[in-house]
Each structure stands twice: as C-alpha cells, then as structure tokens.
Design a protein around this ligand. Structure first.
Ligand code: FRU
Length: 472
C-alpha cells in the first residue's frame, strides 16, 4: 500500500522487492549502463546473495531485469565487477560481457561468467573458480583493462589491504603487489575496491584514484568510503600522501561505492549503496531494503597542496526537474518558507547560493508538521558544515542511527553553494559543486514541506533559493 511504501524513493534506484546491498558489475555497453547488485530475491534482509540486475540509458530511468547470477555449489554470489572483452581475450566471444565476482561458502573464491547477449543471460565458466586463497576475507574483484601493459588488472580486497593481480585472459591471474599497511583508515575490513585514472582540474596532470570501502571504521561509525590518490604503473599503486585519510562522503549512508567501466566521454560515474552496515537490516522499510545514492560524476581538484576527489551530481539529474520556485531574501534571525514547492511529496532538489554577512551560524532546517526535522548548518567560526538527523523522524530502530555528521569547509568563505537532493527517505548534500558530499537516510512520518532559515551572530543573504520538484 501507499503507506507501507512511503519511504520508497522516487528517483533513486531501489529493488522492487527484497534486500539490496553493494552495486556490482557496473559496465556500459551499446547505450546501456548495467547495474548489478547484491540481492536477496527471497527476503528483505541480507542473505541468499545473487546478482540482481537493472539497466538505464540515462542514469535516472531504470528498467528492472531478472536475476543475472544465482548461487551454485561454490557459494553465494558476492560483490564484483564486469568488463566488456572487445578483443576476445577470454575466448567467450568478442564483445562478451564478463562478470568477475566472489563466491562465498566456507571460503571466498573468484569466479567468472559471461554474456553474449548484452547481459540478458550469463553462462558460468566451467573451470570456476579462477582465483583461490586460504585467507578468509578475499573478495570483491574490480577488473579493468590496462592499455599500457595490455592486460587485465584485478584489485581485490583482502583483509585490511588491497591486492593487485594481472591476467592476459581473465582466467589465469598472477599476483603483482599489495597496498594498505600504514595507509589511511584501518578501523575495519577493506572491501569493494576501485582503481581508475582521472585528470586533475586546471592542470595537465592525471592521477590514479584507489577507492577503498571500509567497514567498520567510518568517520561517524560503521561503513564508509575512503580513497587514495597516487600513481599506478600496471603493477603497483603508490599513494602520494600516505599520512592522510580522505573520505569520499561525509554522511553515514554512502557505502560500497564503485564506478562504471567504459562510460562514454571518459566519464567516471560512481554510485553508492545508501546505507550502513550498523543498521542496514533494521531500517523501517519492509518491501525492499535499501536504495542507491544518486549517480555522481567524479573529478580531481587541488587544495592546500593535496589532491581531492570531487563528487558532483551527474548532469542527467537535471532531466528530473519539474516545476520550480525561486526566491531571494536576507536572513537576520529567522525566516520561514512555509510552502517550498506546491504538491511536495518529498522528492525535490534545493539549490542554494548564500552570501555571508558576518554570521557565525548559517542554518536551515527542513521540517514537517509532525515536529520532525533535518537541521543543517554552516558554522563559519569552526569552518564546518553539518547535518543533524537526530530529530528527523523514526530514529529508534537502531541506536547507531541518530547522528550529526559534519565536514570541514574552507575558511573565510563569502559565497556558499549547496545542492540538496531529497527523496522521501534520504538527503544528499553537495557543497561547491561536489567538493564535499554528505549522504544520510531519514525516515519522517510525512515529507519535509517547510524550510526554516536562521542566523546567529550576524546575518546572511540568500542570494538564490530555488526548489525544484523532481519527477519520478
Ligand atoms: C560489502 C560486502 C562485500 C561483500 C558483500 C556481501 O558491503 O561486505 O565485501 O562482497 O558485501 O554481500
């Protein structure tokens, strides 16, 4: 019923029925972006892991397809990636989509399966598994073609490190190197790697980025995505700032982030699972659990002698914009906008440009008539942006859910730009074109239809406040 489905997002991907965790096998071919995902077709809690499947031509309209890869005698189907084998290196046919995934039983092994009909059906390789070990956490292969050395590279999460393997044919794998000791955060096991090259904005430089999902040990507890920036020569990844931990998203619900292979126009597009292992099995939905983040285009930028990853909402999201309302005003004390947008059913985007006029706190809260709210603040003294969901609605299902998340922002800022994507049960904030991202789930009784701006210790000008209703 409508009520039971009240938390289901309208423009984020969610499974029709059942449990979902990590995005898997993301690959683009012949005009279609494939999304596979960790899926339990038989229930809305983790278990019976298979690869669910969906495709999209535009990153915002999704088509559900049947389960692509189901468990067999080697185990359930854990996370992994997919490639298009244009040169037929594996002998499954030129242009076959080859999935490389972990199978989990009393041990974890890597297997492959191929599709010669653009992912509509998969055949498992008869000599699976293709890579085994005695180590218990040995999973989540990310495979890509390394043109310079003319071979396939696999990055694998092994305990608290990443291991790199190479192969001429996707079947025979050779160990190359390991990465991890003394690098970044180690509060938990490393999972779901990704490795790709990106240009650094405003330079002719290119750098390699290693995505490293971590559980637990995230900045606010539980799971989160860290990354490393450096070089890769086909054998070894070298982190150029070993003493620094970099987080990709500063909310609590952004995990298992990986990117599409072979995306057009050299784009590097990421998607995350919008939950956290601390409470993923407990969130108050029953028909499905849980959705993905909006797609994000990744790029690199330099600040204070460091290179950071920028996550900007993918431009296709602009297609969702329906009616909009634009306002501008000064905030000195409080200023309430009762009706953000007519017909607000909880799926909207807010675009804000704020000019500070010596305020210490630039705040705004999304709220409903049930006394529930998500409070966001720029603290201009502490140079922080924060999002507080402690009174956002149902927070009682797990003690780790009610949280305030925050991130540092550059000091001395005069102009602040923020985009917020709200979709029934989530709020994703993107500051300064994606220089920071913050993703949090919320479970309000009814949509947040109002916004209340407030200032402390001075005033500020809302140069532009635009609300767009977003189409499903
Ligand atoms: C990450 C993860 C992966 C594993 C999968 C199992 O969320 O733990 O390491 O392959 O989920 O569902």
């Amino acid at each position: 019923t409508a009520n039971r489905e009240k938390y289901r997002p309208t423009y984020h991907f969610s499974p029709l029925y059942g449990w979902m965790n990590d995005p898997n096998g993301m690959v683009y071919k012949d005009g279609e972006y494939h999304l596979f995902y960790q899926y339990n077709p038989y229930g809305s809690q983790w278990g019976n892991l298979s690869w669910g499947h969906a495709i999209t031509k535009d990153l915002v309209n999704w088509k559900h397809l049947p389960v692509a890869i189901a468990p067999d005698a080697l185990g359930t189907i854990f996370s992994g990636s997919a490639v298009v084998d244009y040169d037929n290196t594996a002998g499954f046919g030129a242009g076959a989509i080859v999935a490389i995934y972990t199978q989990s039983s009393d041990r974890q092994v890597q297997s492959i399966a191929y599709s010669t009909d653009n992912g509509r059906s998969f055949t498992k390789y008869e000599n699976n598994p293709v890579l085994v070990s005695e180590v218990c956490d040995f999973r989540d292969p990310k495979v890509f073609w390394h043109a310079e050395t003319h071979r396939w590279i696999m990055v694998l999460a092994v305990g608290q490190e990443m291991q790199i393997f190479s192969s001429p044919n996707l079947k025979d794998w050779t160990f190359e190197s390991r990465f991890g000791e003394g690098q970044g955060a180690h509060g938990g096991v490393w999972e779901c790697p990704d490795l790709f090259e990106l240009p650094v904005e405003g330079t002719n430089d290119k750098k390699w980025v290693l995505l490293c999902n971590l559980n637990p040990g995230g900045p606010f507890g539980g799971s989160a995505t860290q990354y490393f920036v450096g070089s890769f020569n086909g054998k070894e990844f070298v982190n150029e700032s070993p003493s620094k931990t970099k987080w990709m998203d500063w909310g609590k619900d952004h995990y298992a982030t990986v990117t599409w292979s072979d995306a057009p126009d050299n784009r590097r597009i990421a998607i995350a699972w919008m939950s956290n292992w601390q409470y993923a099995n407990d969130v108050p939905t029953s028909q499905y659990r849980s959705p993905n983040s909006v797609p994000r285009d990744l790029s690199l930028f330099a600040a204070d002698g460091e290179i950071y990853l920028k996550s900007a909402p993918s431009p296709e999201l602009l297609k969702l914009r329906d009616i909009s309302k634009k306002r501008s005003f000064k905030v000195s004390g409080t200023r309430t906008v009762k009706e953000m947008i007519p017909g607000n059913e909880g799926a909207y985007e807010i675009e804000l440009t704020i000019k500070n006029q010596h305020a210490d706190i630039i705040g705004f809260r999304l709220y409903n008539d049930k006394g529930e709210e998500v409070d966001m603040q720029y603290d201009m003294k502490e140079n922080k942006f924060s999002m507080d969901r402690r009174k956002s609605g149902d927070v009682s299902f797990n003690e780790n859910f009610p949280t305030l998340t925050w991130t540092a922002i550059e000091s001395g800022r005069n102009e602040l730009k923020l985009r917020l994507f709200v979709d029934k049960s989530s709020v994703e904030a993107f500051g300064d074109g994606g220089r920071f991202a913050m993703t949090n789930q919320v479970f309000p009784l009814e949509p947040y239809c109002h916004i209340g701006f407030y200032s402390k210790g001075g005033s500020y000008k809302v140069d532009s406040f635009v609300v767009y209703r977003l189409k499903p």
